[in-house]
Design a protein around this ligand. Structure first.
Ligand code: ADP
Ligand code: MG
Length: 719
């Protein structure tokens, strides 16, 4: 047997159980050994029945005296009851625990019995039979009626008879408790793991020895044993509260190989040839000419980082991170000027049509003075428009193309693409990124408003460099956020009315329900009608949703931008990028349906001017986590804190969409909870790749990742 042996060949696991385990991703010996117990139980408190005290958790070695089933026996609904007694003289010698000194807290007769009760236990009639010797583990209680010592649903092992379990494995020691896989119980998993560990040959160390020594990793064989069956005397409370040294080892190992893979990939990218943009005085002048206001210190700093990348011969791959409204788009525009002044074209990729249209308007305004020609290319262009636009791009007559995925279609050709700006990267998959680089290997700038811890960002985006805008443009006031229930909606509208009377504008947003843009559109349409006709008959109320033709979208946005429309009713399409500084109220209907990051993004649409802005979260009914999200929103406007809460509430897989981020689902490690281990693993991996102890070690590492890690996690390509 070795790590790659399939579980179905292991004794006790037939095809049925194998397929239940496979459904949990457990197919090989290695999979099962990497399946960590979710907690440990100390069952080493072994006592004879006559020394048991109510309230304690104990393991008892006893003899079955009698059994009976009461209640509804058909369909296994009966209650199985067994009476246990101390076996004559035997108990203590089997598992000496040394501490049988607890004083009885109730009167003892000297002839104690222990009752075991199992609801839905009819089937146990043929399992636990009089005369058998068993080990029981459970909580000792005093039955209210019979005043007898009782264990409800104790875990048990048959110590005699035909049971195939291993005596002393499930009781009388610290035992691992696993999450069951369908009908494969924790107990069966425990038996199987024990059987595997008993016959598995010693494992060679996989992590480079220099690293093992430096971080004091527990050796692999020892760690395998300790993770599943901690040595006697280990404090179970500590084991359950913290990562044990054994678990730490495997988490480290997972992160280490991931980071080595990412590091190798990045090292290889260094040799790729990119564009060397010239940063001339003319370029600087043109940027100054374009700027509508003075950049913040943070904007200047990140532009410096971007410009340096663009001027260098290696291709830029940079993530620009900054909270909503921090001014990322302006920085992107500056980068675009560098490219265009060097004679190159720029592509701007947006996740939605509305956002693309929004960017288009923004860049058009900024670039008007400079004489650049922007084009907008989305799925809703007519065929004729498309032909026209493509011609412009191929002939280098358009300088900047803004669009959705449509820009990535293979028939869209650029004469001379030099820079790609990708907005809200987490909606773009690895595949799209590749398609983009096929269009001329441009420098890439990715913008995201999702502030995540730096090490995590580096891991998730892997081969990207990171720039952070950590300063807001001057004069912003903190947005006031309030939570109201649906029955207070009249108050919401009268507040909106007041703001409009003062010259401000408002958004009213509806969630997209269960992926159905159509339903959300209907809700928005209905609300639009209601608001326009009944609540606000005197002002213009606009409507914006994904199903509108592009022209109508542009018009709706344009009218809102110009201040003609006072209220814009919309589905979540305005989530990112819309920029109307005069809007001061954001009403979010059915706020309970939104994720935390989404709520924060939406709120970021207001508070862009000098006026006090408000975000009103309206809910009809909210569950616990929804309430937690709303509370977080009311308490904080800090995007970093909110992202952290979001990660906690949702977990990283869902947060980033594991598939899209290209990240594997880890077995043991958790990118958030184990952030500190990630940090150490990343440092070790980077050091290892930069300075391998020997070429041999490096070859081994690459081979290990290729043969093993890549297959197991479907991870980054290496070598
Ligand atoms: P982001 O893309 O990071 O969400 P934007 O680039 O859309 O942010 O900028 C948000 C708003 O702040 C826009 O109205 C923009 O014109 C404005 N803005 C950006 N930078 C500055 C600055 N340095 N000073 C004043 N306003 C700015
Ligand atoms: Mg933006």
């Amino acid at each position: 047997m070795d790590l790659s042996t399939e579980l179905k060949f292991i004794k006790g696991i037939g095809p049925g159980r194998a397929s239940m385990l496979a459904a949990k991703g457990l197919e090989t010996v290695e999979d099962l050994l990497s399946y960590p117990p979710f907690r440990y139980e100390d069952r080493s408190n072994v006592k004879p029945i006559h020394q048991l005290a109510p309230g304690e958790m104990a393991t008892v070695l006893a003899e079955v005296k009698s059994t009976k089933v009461s209640g509804f026996q058909r369909k296994n609904l009966g209650i199985f009851e067994a009476t246990f007694t101390d076996p004559p003289g035997a108990a203590i010698e089997v598992f000496p625990s040394g501490e049988n000194t607890v004083r009885p807290s109730f009167r003892r007769s000297g002839k104690e019995v222990l009752m075991g009760k199992w609801f839905h236990g009819t089937y146990l009639q043929s399992v636990i039979e009089p005369g058998m010797r068993v080990a029981l583990y459970g909580k000792v209680e005093l039955d209210n009626y019979s005043r007898e010592l009782t264990m409800m649903h104790p875990e048990f092992e048959i110590l005699s008879g035909e049971d195939d379990s291993d005596p002393g494995l499930h009781t009388g020691r610290i035992v691992p408790v696993y999450e069951a896989a369908a009908k494969v119980t924790a107990k069966m998993i425990r038996s199987t793991v024990a059987r595997i560990l008993a016959s598995l040959p010693p494992q060679a160390e996989r992590v480079p020895q220099t690293v093992v020594d430096r971080v004091k990793l527990m050796p692999v064989s020892e760690a395998l044993r300790e993770m599943h069956f901690p040595s006697e005397g280990t404090d179970v409370r500590l084991l359950n509260a913290f990562r044990s040294a054994a678990q730490w080892r495997f988490i480290f190992e997972e992160f280490f190989w991931l980071e080595v893979g990412l590091s190798l990939k990045k090292a290889r990218a260094k040799h790729e040839k990119g564009i060397e943009f010239a940063l001339t005085e003319k370029v600087r002048e043109r940027i100054k000419e374009m700027l509508p206001f003075r950049p913040t210190g943070a904007q200047k700093r990140v532009l410096g980082e971007i410009a340096q990348d663009m001027a260098s011969p290696k291709p830029m791959y940079r993530l620009l991170q900054g909270d909503v409204g921090s001014g990322k788009t302006l920085v992107a525009a500056e980068a675009a000027v560098i490219a265009i002044e060097n004679g190159y074209q720029v592509a701007v990729l947006a996740p939605t049509e509305i956002l693309a249209a929004q960017h288009y308007l923004y860049f058009k305004k900024l670039f008007h003075k400079l004489g650049y020609v922007p084009v907008l290319l989305t799925g809703s262009n007519t065929a004729r428009e498309k032909v026209q636009l493509k011609k412009l791009l191929a002939a280098n007559l358009a300088h900047i193309a803004i669009g959705t995925h449509a820009l990535l279609e293979s028939d869209v050709e650029f004469a001379n693409l030099g820079l790609a700006i990708v907005d809200e990267q987490h909606r773009f998959g690895v595949e799209q990124r590749k398609r983009l680089s096929e269009k001329g290997n441009p420098d890439v700038l990715v913008m995201t408003a999702t502030p995540i811890p730096r090490t995590l960002a580096l891991t998730i985006y892997g081969d990207l460099d990171v720039s952070i805008i950590d300063e807001m443009p001057p004069g912003r006031k903190a947005i006031v956020t309030k939570h109201l229930s649906e029955d207070k909606i009249e108050q919401v509208w009268s507040f909106v009315k007041k703001q409009i009377d003062e010259g401000r504008q408002a958004y009213v947003v509806y969630p997209v329900i269960e992926e159905s843009e159509t339903q959300a559109m209907k809700a928005a349409q209905k609300m639009h009608e209601h608001l326009a006709k009944i609540v606000f008959p005197d002002v213009e109320v606009g409507l914006l949703h994904g199903k509108l033709p592009t022209d109508d979208k542009e018009q709706a946005m344009d009218r809102f931008q110009k201040g003609l429309t006072k209220i814009l009713v919309s589905t979540t399409v305005i989530e990112v990028g819309v920029d109307v500084p005069n809007a001061s109220v954001m009403v979010i209907e059915q706020a309970e349906r939104f994720g935390l990051s989404q709520l924060h993004q939406l709120r970021g649409r207001v508070g862009r001017g000098g006026d006090q802005s408000y975000c009103l979260l309206v809910t009809s009914k909210a569950g616990d986590t929804a309430r937690e999200r709303i509370r977080t929103m009311v308490e904080s406007t800090d995007g970093f804190y909110i992202a952290e809460m979001d990660l906690k509430l949702r977990g990283p897989g869902e947060f980033f969409g594991t598939k899209q981020s290209g990240l594997p689902a880890f077995r043991i490690g958790n990118l958030i909870r184990d952030a500190e281990i990630l940090e150490i693993a990343r440092n070790e991996a980077t050091g290892f790749v930069a300075n391998p102890p020997s070429e041999e070690e490096m070859r081994k590492a690459v081979a290990y990742i290729r043969d093993h890690w890549q297959r197991r996690y479907g991870l980054v390509q290496v070598g």
